[in-house]
Design a protein around this ligand. Structure first.
Ligand SMILES: [Zn+2]
Length: 290
């Protein structure tokens, strides 16, 4: 409907014959538009976030850095060159992402259970039971995919909102590629999906430019992939000395940070995001960025 309001028109409507117990009629609507802006990504979320998060403090800065992690409470951390950003300082804007993570985990377990049941049932097991389980697995995979797409959009929204509030012109994208290839079954379940894919970076950039067009972001010049070599680097020391030294204390909890050189303590991912912002700033100053 929102797209129709922006000038898209209905090209075709296809109705599916009612099937199943619910007798639901499914309508596929194909939209078309001469002006591609009819399909522009939405900007209304920005107003909603402004209304609920206006008391959250955000430093003003030209550069913002990011650290992306497994889906859950640490999915996205952000920092500018001058400070880390606590995304939990106001209403928990990560809540929808955390909720999706819990749902995804539950579905993955359910899929594993069904697959195990099919793998271990003997040849004599009813073919119908097996096929029913397989159909259920297919349906669960579809739900999983939808949840991921939604969670990814929300990660982008949090980042875009921070770009809006910090006034950042340059943004970094944590560019590590993660693969779960070669892992199977229960082990694969333990490895959680991470939103680091390159096409997501492109989506982020395109959306940011859309928001500049609609006046929700002041100035934005692009996103630059930054290698995630920052997990063990102290942001305070990096800002002071200009050197990236791995001074994170060993043996402390995974998400914690403590610097063996200056004693700085904090959240590891926020520290990492600020280090990325500092790296980005140096890249822009030395002209190696775009
Ligand atoms: Zn330090």
């Amino acid at each position: 409907m929102a797209r129709l309001a922006r000038g898209a028109r209905v090209e075709t409507i296809r109705l599916e014959i009612p099937r199943g117990a619910t007798r639901k009629i499914v309508a596929d609507v194909i939209l078309a538009a001469d002006d591609p802006r009819a399909f522009a990504r939405g900007s209304r979320f920005m107003d909603a976030m402004d209304a609920s998060c206006n008391t959250m403090p955000f430093p003003r800065d030209e550069c913002i850095g990011s650290d992306l992690n497994a889906l859950g409470p640490h999915t996205i951390s952000l920092g500018t060159t001058t400070s880390t950003i606590d995304l939990r300082a106001g209403p928990n804007i990560m809540a929808p992402i955390e909720h999706a993570a819990v749902q995804i985990e539950a579905i993955r377990k359910e899929i594993a259970k069904l697959q195990r049941a099919n793998d271990t049932s003997d040849a004599g097991a009813a073919r119908l039971t097996k096929r029913r389980r397989q159909a259920q697995v297919t349906m669960l995979h579809k739900r999983l995919a939808r949840l991921r797409v939604d969670a990814e959009r929300r990660v982008l929204m949090v980042y875009l909102y921070a770009v809006h509030r910090t006034g950042a012109v340059h943004t970094s994208w944590d560019s590590v590629e993660v693969t779960t290839r070669g892992t199977r079954g229960i082990l694969a379940n333990a490895i959680t999906w991470m939103p680091k894919r390159r096409d997501l970076m492109a989506e982020f950039e395109a959306w940011a430019f859309d928001l500049v067009d609609s006046g929700k972001i002041e100035r934005f010049e692009g996103v630059i992939p930054v290698s995630p070599c920052t997990g063990n680097v102290c942001d305070d020391c990096f800002a002071c000395t200009g050197e990236m030294r791995r001074t994170r204390k060993t043996g402390i909890p995974y998400h914690a940070f403590e610097c063996t050189a200056c004693g700085r303590q904090g959240d590891r991912h926020q520290v990492s995001a600020r280090a990325a912002a500092l790296l980005l700033q140096r890249a822009m100053q030395s002209g190696t960025g775009r």
